[in-house]
Design a protein around this ligand. Sequence first.
Ligand SMILES: *Cc1c(COP(=O)(O)O)cnc(C)c1O
Length: 396
Amino acid sequence: MYGDFKIFLQKELNSIKEAGLYKQERIIGSPQGAVIKLKSGDEVLNFCSNNYLGLSSHPKVIEAAQNALAERGYGMSSVRFICGTQDIHRQLEQKIAKFFGMEDTILYAAAFDANGGVFEPLMLEEDAVISDQLNHASIIDGVRLCKAQRFRYKHADMEDLEVQLKEAQKCRFRLIVTDGVFSMDGDIAKLPQICDLAEKYNSLVMVDDSHASGFIGKTGRGTHEYHKVMSRVDIISSTLGKALGGAMGGFITAKQEVVDLLRQRSRPYLFSNSLSPAIVGAALQVFNMLSETTELRDKLMWNTEYFKEKIQKLGFDIKPSQSAIVAIMLYDAKLSQDMAAQLLKEGIYVTGFYYPVVPKGEARIRVQLSAAHEKEHIDKAVSAFEKIGRNLGVIK
Ligand SMILES: *Cc1c(COP(=O)(O)O)cnc(C)c1O
């Protein structure tokens, strides 16, 4: 049987390659950080990870993981409701709720699972989910898994959101869902307007703050803090796999009854293993650190502003961004790949994105800043952008 299927798969793989969309994974032989070692032995400066706060290899985080490993073991070998809940799992859930100003939290193996499991138990056939067109794949899949009616509004378009809300008035409950920070442009959702419309049209609001939790907003609570709508967002989903340590794990933090019902009915929670104690112990440490001081997020914001200012001065065209993501627009797919390749030769690791990851004709290089970067790292990156940008005729 495999013979025919094999030929089919080979054809599919070839068509991906011919379209130039085949993803090669670059192999890293060092911990995650500002400086990483590639398999070739070359050390490069890393400007494309989600290690926004530099916690992925932070000594205090590693130590907390090691302590939890020693004290609570390696794995739970159980889902939460059978014998997979330790005291530290509950401590982490409560700490997360407090940090984000919510009532309770439910942990998942990943934010993909959190989004995959949040809609189906809450939004039933007679309800409506109203989603930003550019929302993350995990939201799209989660919404697909629920029976509610689906509405989609044009990215960040409040007029279109209002049209959809009007349309959805016939439904029982409504839930607007949006990414907090959109990862390709680095723009932040217009939460004040979204919350106003939600009030006007009697809708709940959910924000996925995976690219924001820990550093966006004055004390790093996220986009709801940034936009001063902390009491107006009903449900937040986010990841422990980006700024908050970068290992893995996701969560929904929300109103008490929302979390209570998810614990009863959310399938990726009920039918998937409990988070490993090492991750839970490390995440507790991360939230302790972020509750004590805003030093890391302040440094990240300084780094981002410094990079943006220098890169704009050189004449590069960047998308307006209020996050730690800087999209340097090139508008040409091949140019984005050439530029990334040449930057790597200069020791700067960034990624070029083009259609279908971003809209046609909007190819770019995406730079992600980190609190792990020092000023000299950024200076080196800016010099490399200047040199390669001139070589390729992007700037004069
Ligand atoms: C990264 C990301 C996710 C997935 O997070 P994981 O914990 O890695 O599954 C979900 N939503 C958004 C908006 C993301 O950026």
